[in-house]
Write a protein that binds this ligand. Structure first.
Ligand code: URA
Ligand code: SF4
Length: 213
């Protein structure tokens, strides 16, 4: 895949970035999706939340985390006292990847692979450079892979505040910048014990709330 880099304007602000992302053809996912789903939230946000990719409803409505996973996320953020409207919410991959068994059939989510994550990463990098938050939260494995590389494992990393930028950029660590990984909100919906999974998400997000003070 060519990757998104050639569509990412240099020195752009957030509005220009969002506009440019509408035309991205950096990987094949733009072909079947309805639209590019960029981000929500202000460039002044102190916290960036990174999801996986838009789901069915996000693809239709053009905004991140507005479907069932978004409801879980909203509840958890409210519970720990993080104002979603003041947070910058985005996804590792900006187009919905799905399978559809015949016209009119339900569109079934497919996890983006490493090539698609890598292709889309220039958008995320540009967003992080503009927003420059105090804390970055990876919601699930795909976001973790986008930020840390293919060896990232959510269950090994979740629930601890880590310095950011991450190794191998240790020389660049600024101690007041943090990274936190947690589970994806849809993992709560799929869990055998939903309440326990939800409480785990809340406990992790509480650490982010403490950084924000
Ligand atoms: N899941 C995600 O990872 N992101 C969204 O925007 C919606 C669902
Ligand atoms: Fe571009 Fe990302 Fe969409 Fe691929 S998923 S076309 S890289 S915006």
């Amino acid at each position: 895949y060519p990757g998104a880099a050639r569509w990412v304007p240099t020195g752009a602000g957030l509005d220009e970035l969002r506009r440019a992302a509408r035309g991205c053809q950096g990987c094949p996912l733009y072909r079947n999706a309805t639209q590019t789903v960029f981000s929500s939230g202000p460039p002044t946000a102190r916290i960036v939340l990174v999801g996986e990719q838009p789901g069915d409803q996000e693809d239709r409505r053009g905004a991140p985390f507005v479907g069932p996973a978004g409801n879980i996320l909203d509840r958890a953020l409210e519970e720990v006292g993080i104002d979603r409207a003041a947070a910058y919410v985005t996804n590792a991959v900006k187009h919905f990847k799905f399978r559809q068994d015949g016209p009119g059939a339900r569109r079934i989510h497919q996890t983006p692979d490493q090539r698609e994550i890598t292709a889309c990463r220039p958008w995320l990098a540009a967003e992080l450079a503009i927003v420059d938050p105090d804390i970055i939260v990876a919601l699930g494995a795909t976001a973790g892979r986008a930020l840390f590389g293919p060896d990232f494992r959510v269950n090994r990393t979740r629930g601890a505040l880590l310095p950011w930028p991450a190794p191998p950029h240790e020389d660049a660590v600024r101690v007041n910048k943090f990274f936190l990984a947690t589970i994806h909100p849809s993992a709560v919906l799929r869990a055998d014990d939903r309440e326990a999974a939800y409480q785990g998400l809340v406990a992790d997000l509480r650490l982010a709330a403490e950084v924000l003070g």
